[in-house]
Write a protein that binds this ligand. Structure first.
Ligand code: PMP
Length: 293
């Protein structure tokens, strides 16, 4: 069955979707994006994604291409037309088409592309198998709270991970602290049992999955700490995992080729996966969605 994409006002066969060669996204990475998970037919964290999208657009002074409510209609229509029961929606907005010149064009209309893809349903057993991560230097710009389509350092980091047999790369900033994965947030349970993930600031992207896990953990009475941690602390951790809209809560069982804890999914990680799934099924996603930097 052929996939359908939304491209600047039209629903078109995925393979036939095209954008202009002078789209500023293509020439300058002048745009932002969001990835929404679809879990059992429902969007996860739709309000969070829209709020974060609003933050990204505002910080880059890109106009909404249409009203938010209308955009949600497009997102849901793309889910429907692609028969996505489990998978994700990709939404990208750029500053639009203009003669190539660095300053903002005087009159360009924001461009909107929305696509969707099916994925296997969330599988707790597969997520608990565990993956490996490696450390790479964080080569990105200083506004990582903005979900910019400029992803070259993320691409290079992920490629290095794959070439070294790992699933994800944890990026390390100039001060020696882990920021986040190339497409996920990084979590550890320290050797003293403290559930830890980096605090939000302009240094990381505040993940919608991260927020949902925090809310689910809080509701369950678990304590956690939001602070930077170093690779050494991660290497000594009892447990580790990553969160993202497409990886959910995925156990990390190897860091730089060394086993985390006993090399199996951690007890708290397993519990958080259960809590996360129950939480999104009940609430639809994180409820507190106003902290983007
Ligand atoms: N950090 C980065 C750099 C990412 O690209 C992503 C995935 N978009 C995340 C964190 C996780 O965000 P979310 O939970 O909203 O998918």
């Amino acid at each position: 069955m052929s996939r359908i994409a939304y491209v600047n006002g039209q629903y078109v066969p995925h393979g036939a979707g095209t954008v202009h060669i002078e789209d500023r996204g293509y020439q300058f990475s002048d745009g932002v994006y969001e990835v929404f998970a679809v879990h059992n037919g429902a969007l996860v964290g739709e309000k969070g994604h829209m709020d974060r999208l609003g933050h990204s657009l505002k910080e880059l002074r890109i106009d909404w291409p249409m009203q938010q409510a209308a955009m949600m209609v497009v997102v849901l229509e793309i889910v429907r037309r692609n028969y996505v029961h489990n998978g994700f929606v990709y939404l990208q907005i750029t500053r639009g088409v203009a003669r190539r010149d660095h300053p903002f064009p005087e009159c360009s209309k924001s461009a909107l592309v929305v696509t969707a893809r099916k994925m296997a349903p969330l599988d707790k057993e597969a997520l608990s198998k565990g993956v490996g991560v490696i450390f790479v230097p964080d080569l990105r710009w200083k506004r990582r709270d903005i979900k910019s389509i400029s992803l070259l350092p993320n691409v290079l980091g992920k490629q290095q991970a794959r070439e070294q047999g790992a699933f994800e790369a944890w990026q390390v900033d100039e001060d020696g602290y882990v920021t986040e994965g190339t497409s996920s947030n990084a979590w550890i349970v320290t050797k003293d049992g403290e559930l830890t993930t980096r605090n939000t600031s302009q240094s990381i992207l505040n993940g919608i999955t991260r927020l949902a896990v925090i809310e689910a953990a809080t509701e369950a009475g678990l304590t956690f700490s939001e602070r930077p941690f170093m690779p050494e602390e991660a290497l000594a951790a009892r447990e580790a995992f990553i969160t993202s809209s497409t990886s959910h809560v995925k156990a990390v069982t190897e860091i730089n080729g060394k086993s985390v804890g006993n090399g199996h999914v951690g007890e708290l990680t397993s519990r958080l996966l259960d809590l996360y799934v129950a939480y999104i099924e009940e609430s639809g996603g994180p409820l507190k969605t106003d902290t983007w930097n």
